[in-house]
Write a protein that binds this ligand. Structure first.
Ligand code: SF4
Length: 75
């Protein structure tokens, strides 16, 4: 069981829809016209997975902070 997740946003992929910030405003915000995580390492929360899964260009990755295992997006 993960105790911490690392959130990544690929700014080259992000197209600035703000869906992630709307889904999880406590974890994502727009900086200019690209999303960025408010904190890179966070406590696990389902809303983060919802945001990652809702990104239309799969710009968001969620990894286990301990071993870098990919948690989202899922196939
Ligand atoms: S949902 Fe994806 S494309 Fe839209 S702002 Fe967030 S990271 Fe960027």
């Amino acid at each position: 069981m993960s105790t911490a997740w690392r959130i990544g946003v690929d700014s080259r992929r992000c197209i600035g829809t703000s869906i992630c910030a709307g889904t999880a405003p406590e974890h994502f915000h727009l900086v200019g016209d690209r999303s960025a995580p408010l904190a890179d390492v966070v406590a696990p929360a389902d809303v983060i997975l919802d945001a990652a899964d809702s990104c239309p260009v799969e710009a968001i990755t969620v990894r286990d902070a301990a071993d870098e295992r990919l948690i989202a997006p899922q196939d």
